[in-house]
Design a binder for this molecule. Structure first.
Ligand code: ARG
Ligand code: ZN
Length: 848
């Protein structure tokens, strides 16, 4: 028996050294075969004056030949790469040519070159290129690439501009993680774009034949993204073609490879019959995100992987701006904050907390997190608030002018803001280096026209960071008169100390304070506010985010009381909810958001933060009770509302129409609790679009009905893999807690369950983890089931297994019995022979 492998040594930011080697040009030649693809790589290398060995990364490659300036070298790679001793290297420039063989058909990890439904495709970020050829696989090594692909398949794609059948040349120097190759029997949905300066660009979305009529919305989104980046950031596209390919088997959402974006097909393909409004919104956002990377990520890339937020935080910030411009800023902001709290605040509160710019990692794929992406975007939003819109625009112009063609750092990023605006950002930089969600405690004092707000910030300890110093926190506030008039428009207070007071004079009466408007900082506000004041803000706040937030906070207060002492919500809440629900002066999408009660996971997080040990079963019961109370209170007026929202005419995916459907589905869900599902059943039967079809089905499943409809749904959609993902998800997500584990296990025996397809695996096990009361059922069956499947998946696809393991990251807020069970499962996973570096690191960190 061999001894267990030693824990791999972490990579540290502090150890960064510039590459001693430059790659001046890369020529790659692929001869494709499912098993035995050969890759010939000719690297033109400039040697370092230091006389160092040349180290190339390479994993799982069969080295067939290696020549230096034509002379054969007899070297053996180790399991992570190849070292060419300095003694073998000439002075100055030289050419290294390697030939390796790889087996894309056996690549179940979906990293490097792999096959998906008969097509070849690649995923190289972060470190997948080393599974294709020997190369200095680090983002600060940038080179122009020429690619030749030999294959019988008709469509052969790579980065850059076409240079003949199967030949591509990319003039823009790029790091290897942006390399891509696709070969398949594909068809293009095409359009043409003319840039602001008049250059023509061919746009193609490549899909399998059967999906050709599902590409129009993605293309429309792409064209709008290209125009928007010109108009808002002055960024033009820089190649003759822009290709997008949809792939069924993909670990993440999508990838911004230069000129050849590769997408998980669920973020490309849509038709009214098969995609929901949420799917449409996500397609628009992700198409934009990947396109925007062309400047923020590709033209300016990251020096090393610790700087990941440099491109991801900024690109998320940009795609959020874009979606806001396309749709509704208020609704978009609320949705983004819901997501931030659900994923990032949760991450920040548990064992996986890490700074926006981490300082060490074992497996970089484990750091494509809500903290790097979403908190990274929040940090940019704060920066913009602090320097103003003009300062932001100047800083961005300087950033593009100064760092185009470079691999940059967070220091470079902050320096352009300091130079463009004259502001010192030394304290602001703590947002990048310190993990954890700050708490901001607010108390107020009013006396004779004079209001004082006392603000205190608390920066809680996180793993490896016991003590922290105060951050600069922009707190947007507004004041309302008792009649609901705005007496102080939104003003940004800069909280820089541990404690600070801010005064407002000349007030006619005690104002109502609207604080943290627009969610101006990713913090948790601690403030004792009565139900009456929350209801007042829900009715009157002029800041739409805070108006929603007031309703949310009120619902959370009431729900917390229901959980802890069983008190039902009083009539004030009902009055406020009724007023919003039926106020035709408000955006329907906004009303739908107000009607959406806090999730069970959110309540568990909130109760835990308030010093309770949350009981998942009690939260589940209380939340259902709250829904029933709301449903009964609104029941009489719901049928009229539903009738008013039943749009005749064909489906359109625009925000206004989607908002009406969201409100309609929220109303239908409430009505289902009083009419036994009659209206939902009728709606399901007549639905002519997927939003309404799954919306109605979810209403039925929520009340324990809908089995017959599930069967009809499967019969209708059995051939459509993306729609069937919804079918798997829905029945687990809405199942009663005590039935979830059994139901999930049964579905893993379904003929259409394929663990090699990440979307399908996530459809099932993501739903299991998202059914809070079911996942945390006291019998521990769900914990066991998930652990079993993570172990199985890890042997095939470590990246997705590691990502899904985060379902366990909330263990420390649970009661002792559940903690023991989860720790037991994590320990069992960790002890698995041959466990991947990915899942190994995650279990280590979660076990602490
Ligand atoms: N850069 C991609 C995006 O955000 C994400 C790719 C991450 N993939 C990975 N295997 N870590 O659009
Ligand atoms: Zn990205």
């Amino acid at each position: 028996m061999s001894s267990p492998p030693a824990s791999p040594t972490p990579v540290r930011l502090a150890d960064y050294r510039p590459s001693p080697w430059r790659i001046d040009r890369v020529a790659l030649q692929f001869r494709l075969a499912p098993r035995g693809t050969t890759v010939t790589a000719r690297l033109e290398i400039s040697s370092a004056p230091g006389g160092e060995d040349l180290r190339l990364d390479g994993e799982g490659l069969r080295l067939l030949s290696l020549r230096l300036d034509g002379r054969a070298l007899d070297l053996r790679p180790d399991d992570r790469g190849l070292t060419i001793p300095a003694a073998d290297l000439p002075q100055g420039a030289f050419t290294l040519e390697s030939v390796v063989e790889i087996d894309p058909a056996d690549n179940t990890a979906l990293e490097g070159l792999y096959m998906s439904k008969g097509m070849y495709c690649t995923q190289c970020e972060a470190e997948g290129f080393r599974k294709i050829t020997f190369y200095p696989d680090r983002p600060d090594v940038m080179a122009p690439f020429d690619v030749t692909i030999e294959s019988d398949l008709p469509v052969l794609l790579s980065n850059g501009n076409p240079a003949g059948q199967g030949r591509w040349t990319d003039p823009w120097p790029k790091p290897a993680y942006l390399f891509a190759l696709v070969a398949g029997d594909l068809i293009a949905h095409s359009a043409r774009f003319t840039t602001a300066s008049g250059r023509g660009v061919d746009l193609n979305i490549w899909v399998r034949q059967c999906d050709e009529d599902h590409c129009a919305y993605a293309m429309d989104s792409l064209i709008r993204s290209m125009r928007w980046d010109e108009q808002v950031y002055g960024r033009e596209y820089d190649l003759d073609v822009f290709n997008i390919v949809a792939v069924d088997d993909f670990n993440m959402g999508a990838m911004e490879n230069k000129g050849l974006n590769i997408f998980n097909s669920r973020y490309v393909l849509a038709s009214p019959e098969t995609a929901t409004d949420d799917d449409y919104a996500r397609i628009e956002a992700i198409i934009a995100h990947e396109y925007f990377h062309n400047w923020t990520g590709n033209r300016i890339t990251c020096r090393d992987w610790f700087q990941l937020c440099l491109k991801e935080g900024l690109t998320v910030y940009r795609d959020q701006q874009f979606s806001g411009d396309m749709r509704s800023h208020a609704v978009k902001r609320i949705e983004d904050v819901l997501m931030l709290r659900a994923r990032q605040f949760r991450e920040d509160a548990g064992p996986l907390a890490h700074p926006v710019r981490p300082e060490s990692y074992v497996e970089i794929n484990n750091f494509y997190t809500a903290t790097v992406y979403e908190k990274g975007a929040e940090v940019i939003g704060m920066l913009r608030r602090l320097v103003g819109d003009d300062g932001y625009a100047k800083a961005l112009d300087l950033y593009f002018a100064r760092h185009d063609g470079e691999a940059a750092t967070i220091e470079d990023w902050l320096a352009v803001f300091e130079e463009a605006t004259g502001r010192d950002l030394a304290q602001f930089k703590r947002w990048y280096s310190e993990a954890g969600t700050p708490r901001v405690r607010v108390t107020e004092q009013y006396e004779a026209g004079h209001l004082t707000l006392h603000l205190e910030q608390i920066n809680p300890p996180t793993p490896g960071q016991p003590r922290k110093s105060p951050k600069v926190i922009p707190i947007a506030v507004g004041l309302l008169s008792p009649e609901g008039r705005e007496v102080l428009p939104t003003t940004v207070l800069e909280l820089t100390g541990a404690q600070q007071a801010f005064s407002f004079d000349g007030l006619e009466a005690r104002p109502v304070v609207s604080i943290l408007r627009g969610f101006s900082a990713p913090v948790i506000l601690e403030r004792a506010v009565g139900a009456a004041e929350r209801a007042f803000l829900l009715e009157h706040d002029t800041d739409p985010f805070n108006r929603w937030e007031a309703g949310r906070a009120l619902a959370k207060d009431l729900l917390a009381r229901m959980v802890t002492d069983g008190t039902d919500p009083g009539p004030d809440w009902m009055t406020a909810m009724e007023a919003v629900t039926f106020d035709d002066g408000l955006e329907p999408a906004f009303r739908a958001l107000v009607l959406r009660l806090p999730s069970e996971d959110d309540m568990a997080q909130t109760l835990h933060a308030a010093g309770h040990v949350p009981d998942p079963a009690a939260i589940h019961t209380a939340r259902r009770r709250m829904q029933a109370v709301l449903a009964n209170g609104l029941a009489a007026r719901l049928p009229d509302l539903l009738a008013a929202l039943d749009d005749p005419g064909p489906y359109t995916p625009d925000a206004a129409a989607a908002g009406r459907r969201a409100l309609r589905m929220a109303a239908l869900s409430l009505l289902s609790r009083v009419d036994g599902g009659a209206a939902a059943r009728a709606t399901f039967t007549t639905a002519d679009n997927m939003t309404v079809e799954v919306g109605a089905l979810a209403c039925l499943l929520e009340i324990g009905a809908g089995d017959e409809e599930l069967t009809r749904f499967a019969t209708r959609w059995g051939e459509d893999r993306l729609v069937m993902d919804k079918w798997f998800t829905l029945q687990i997500l809405h199942a009663a807690p005590e039935t979830v584990a059994e139901r999930t296990e049964a579905l893993t025996g379904h003929a259409d369950f394929d663990m090699r397809n990440p979307n399908r695996f996530r459809a099932i096990f993501g739903a299991l983890a998202a059914n809070h009361a079911g996942f945390h059922h006291a019998d521990g069956a769900s914990y066991r089931l998930l652990a079993d499947w993570l172990i199985r998946l890890d042997a095939l696809n470590p990246q997705t297994a590691a990502r899904m393991s985060t379902a366990f990251d909330s263990w420390s807020r649970m009661d002792v019995d559940r903690q023991d069970m989860i720790r037991g499962e994590l320990t069992r996973i960790r002890a698995t022979p041959g466990l991947s570096r990915d899942l190994g690191e995650m279990t280590e960190r979660m076990l602490g």
